[in-house]
Write a protein that binds this ligand. Structure first.
Ligand code: NDP
Length: 268
């Protein structure tokens, strides 16, 4: 989907905008819940996905929160480049903002199956959506805000699967592990800079989203664990996870652990 579809909702009073927050994968699931939490009159929220999110647009309209909704396909490198250029222009236009936030949330779990069954198309899609587009958008974010005086925070939504192998999920595990290491590299590189950007790759726990439906209808050795989590009420709602993630994002010590897991912060 190579398109420049862009919709703008909410207050146009740029003088009130003190923060720019970008959320990828904001059409549903965790990203939609994080985006909803981030809607605020003082924050210009920039959302990305292939499909729209009418509920989010309605909430933005009702609350007077500025929302840009950019429809791009992160599995397409050229479309991701176009998105990166659009985000750079937007960030540069708000260089005096007090805070810049990038939430790299978009992700896909497929292809699921034995490694023997992997083919180039599925491998390329997983690498592009989960890793390459995240790197490209992070590059654009860091470059466009370089030298700005505002605080910069980058949150990558990682997974327990980045840190523990799951048979049948090799591309997902590998791309999420790479997101963890990429995040460590951001932190290392930035530590040498004035006004370093902070970054964290955060695993959110197992969530009740479309991704889990995809997982439950696939075929891999530990599938029963995921089916039981659903039937026994063990999944976290995206709204609950988003509340905790946004609180985590706001913490004074955000970025002090470049790789973290929400489950290690129970009750905090
Ligand atoms: P969903 O499948 O519910 O939502 C995925 C989001 O990513 C959608 O908004 C989708 O938008 C977007 N997306 C997918 N492919 C593309 C693409 N090619 N271009 C643009 N956007 C795309 O997933 P979750 O909400 O469950 O997952 C969110 C994040 O959390 C992911 O990074 C996932 O790996 C991670 N995570 C999820 C867990 C879970 O249990 N669900 C556990 C641990 C981590 P659209 O289709 O409209 O393009």
């Amino acid at each position: 989907m190579a398109q420049d579809a862009s919709e703008k909702t909410g207050a146009a009073d740029e003088r009130r905008v003190r923060e720019i927050a970008i959320v990828t994968g904001a059409s549903r699931g965790l990203g939609a819940a994080i985006a909803e939490r981030l809607l605020a009159p003082h924050r210009r929220l920039v959302c990305v996905a292939r499909s729209g999110n009418d509920a989010l647009a309605a909430r933005a309209q009702a609350s007077g929160a500025p929302l840009d909704y950019l429809r791009h396909d992160l599995s397409d490198a050229q479309d991701t480049d176009r998105l990166a250029d659009a985000l750079s222009a937007l960030l540069r236009a708000h260089r005096d903002a007090r805070r810049f936030v990038l939430v790299n949330n978009a992700g896909i779990v497929e292809p699921i199956g034995r490694i023997e069954a992997l083919r180039s198309e599925g491998i390329a899609a997983a690498l592009q959506v989960n890793l390459a587009s995240l790197m490209r958008l992070t590059a654009a974010f860091l470059d466009a805000t370089d030298g700005a005086s505002g605080e910069r925070r980058i949150l990558g939504i990682s997974s327990g699967a980045a840190r523990h192998p799951i048979a049948g999920w090799a591309p997902y595990c590998a791309t999420k592990a790479a997101v963890d290491m990429f995040t460590r590299c951001i932190v290392d590189e930035q530590s040498r800079r004035a006004n370093p950007a902070r970054a964290c790759a955060l695993a959110p726990g197992v969530l009740d989203t479309d991704m889990q439906s995809t997982i439950r209808s696939a075929d891999f050795p530990s599938i029963d664990r995921f089916r039981e989590l659903k039937t026994q009420g063990g999944l976290i709602s995206p709204e609950q996870a988003a509340a905790r993630i946004v609180a985590y994002l706001e913490r004074d010590d955000f970025g002090s652990r470049p790789v973290d897991d929400l489950r290690e912060h129970a009750g905090r």
